[in-house]
Design a protein around this ligand. Sequence first.
Ligand SMILES: Cc1cc2nc3c(=O)[nH]c(=O)nc-3n(C[C@H](O)[C@H](O)[C@H](O)COP(=O)(O)O)c2cc1C
Length: 455
Amino acid sequence: MLADGAARRIAHYSGLRAEAPRALEMPPAARVSSPLERAPDMSDPNRPMRILLGVTGGIAAYKSPDLVRRLTERGAEVQVVLTAGAARFVSPITFQAVSGRRVRDELWDEAAEAAMGHIELARWADRVVVAPATAHFLGELAAGLAPDLLTTVCLATEAPVYVAPAMNRVMWAHPAVRANRALLEQRGVRFLGPGSGDQACGEVGAGRMLEPHEIAAAVLAPSLATSAALRGLKVVVTAGPTREPIDPVRYITNRSSGKMGFAVAAAAREAGADVVLVTGPVALDAPPGVRRIAVGTAGQMYRAVHEQIEGADIFIACAAVADYRPHAASREKIKRSEPEMALSLVRSPDTLASVAALANPPFTVGFAAETHEVAKHAREKLERKGIDMIAANQVGPDCGFDRETNSLTVYWPGGGERAFGETTKSALARELVALIAERYRASRGAGAADSKAEA
Ligand SMILES: Cc1cc2nc3c(=O)[nH]c(=O)nc-3n(C[C@H](O)[C@H](O)[C@H](O)COP(=O)(O)O)c2cc1C
């Protein structure tokens, strides 16, 4: 028995208030197992994926039991770890019922530590997913603090860490939270969302946790890292919009955020490729290990791609390049004098078609963003540009641009087609890159592709 003061100190250190609910006692139910009961068997490719699901103290925690269900339905084993805040929103017994495992919610739990210490828990996981992730949790992780079991496991694990933030839109936009996000992304933490829409607080904006089925799809997407599907290959990716100057202060651009192209570059890198990312102006950090080349106009993008394309095996054109640019940008700011003005536009250079037309072109993938008749326009573009594959998506006020999620249908010559349903752009990018690797090998002959990988 601990003295009151010691109990309070321990409760404080573990992030629990002295009066916070006690950790759940081990229930007698036979179906509730400890992770240690099943020894890790990395040699068995058919063993279920092990997901450590961290739940933190946000209102969206009410969706997390559904996430457990979605993950287990798809064959994963799920071990839930709650923060003290999360346990105030949803009872541990709920998670225990849906996961079939004893929930862990304390760092300083002698019985649980004896069965499976926090380090073993960190090693057990194939993936760590924190959903919802509060502003507080992101701050602790960014600062490298480990005051409770979940943050300790996140620091101690070598498994990929995914976070699905959920918070009020003003909190999400706060510079401190943005800086934490940028730092964590730089360190390889994968952000799933947040999405935009109605919030629990009655406001509307960015900060909603993605839906459980979107998170489950993103987390269980095939692992490119283990497949090394593009090892030894050079991949050039374009991303973002271009800016076509009208005068020194004005330009023509479009709504592309660059998120899809950056996600594709990250996925290609994860699959083992040497990746060059040629990007228009966007507010995103380059994924780790990817070489970034920043450009402004369609002309600059054309030149940068042609400088990099030598020796490239795959070219993926995700950028939303301006089709037209002002004929001549004014050297001086155009004055507001005339009641009307006309802009004369000329066609910009077509980077995608020019790469496909090279004497020895790389495997070339284009994107088609269409507002209507998506399949028809995409197939036409595939043929017209003479490319190997096209990924088409519907764009409009509510889909496509500047969102965290997307869906794609991919077409290739000879009538090939594959649809990827709505999910996060990073999950979609992984599925797309896996398909590109598959089609690249089919087009070049598996033997040639393998010898390149071994070289
Ligand atoms: C009713 C209520 C709802 C909350 N919802 C959120 C939320 O959605 N996102 C968030 O970041 N913090 C939210 N908070 C604040 C967190 O619970 C608080 O920062 C807590 O310290 C988080 O601890 P944890 O990250 O260790 O779970 C909420 C607090 C309360 C009282």
